[in-house]
Design a protein around this ligand. Structure first.
Ligand SMILES: [Zn+2]
Length: 160
């Protein structure tokens, strides 16, 4: 089976009900026929794992449930990045994979994908410019992301 690479915007256009925040990456996975499973308890220091043919040929994302909810959401979005950018089989993602100082270009690409997916530029702009929301905490609540993820996003988009 061949699949075309998809940008975060294309994924949102296809699998997201436009305007519904926060964006649920697990719902996107289910709609895209990607199986979501839990990492076993003993997998310490592992946040997520993407297996292109993990579930009898069906793509599978395994995620640790022992992390904060917002972190789990970002992990799933990151693993979706590996899927839609066609990175293929990847090693398990440990916590260091999500560090902004990680210079592995594939991991950086997956992190950027996750940020674009969970915090679309158009909607960040709509809340800040359209609704006049300037509180980072409120923006974190609207997009259901961590303060660190939101601040990186706001810097990248030139708001701070
Ligand atoms: Zn990764």
């Amino acid at each position: 089976m061949t699949m075309k690479k998809m940008t975060p915007q294309e994924v949102l256009d296809k699998y997201w009900t436009r305007g519904i925040l926060p964006i649920d990456p697990e719902k996107i996975a289910r709609k895209a026929d990607i199986k979501i499973g839990n990492l076993p308890f003993e997998e310490v220091n592992v946040s997520g794992w993407y297996l292109p043919t993990g579930n009898h040929g069906q793509p599978k994302i395994l995620v640790s449930r022992f992390e904060p909810e917002r972190r789990i959401r970002f992990t799933v979005a990151h693993e979706l990045g590996h899927h839609f950018l066609q990175h293929g089989e990847r090693p398990r993602d440990s916590t260091k994979e999500f560090n902004i100082y990680n210079f592995d270009p594939i991991e950086t690409e997956a992190n950027n994908f996750a940020a674009d997916l969970l915090m679309p530029a158009e909607y960040v702009s709509a809340l800040i410019k359209g609704l006049g929301i300037t509180s980072v905490k409120t923006l974190c609540e609207k997009f259901d992301v961590s303060g660190v993820a939101m601040e990186i996003r706001l810097k990248k988009l030139g708001y701070i």
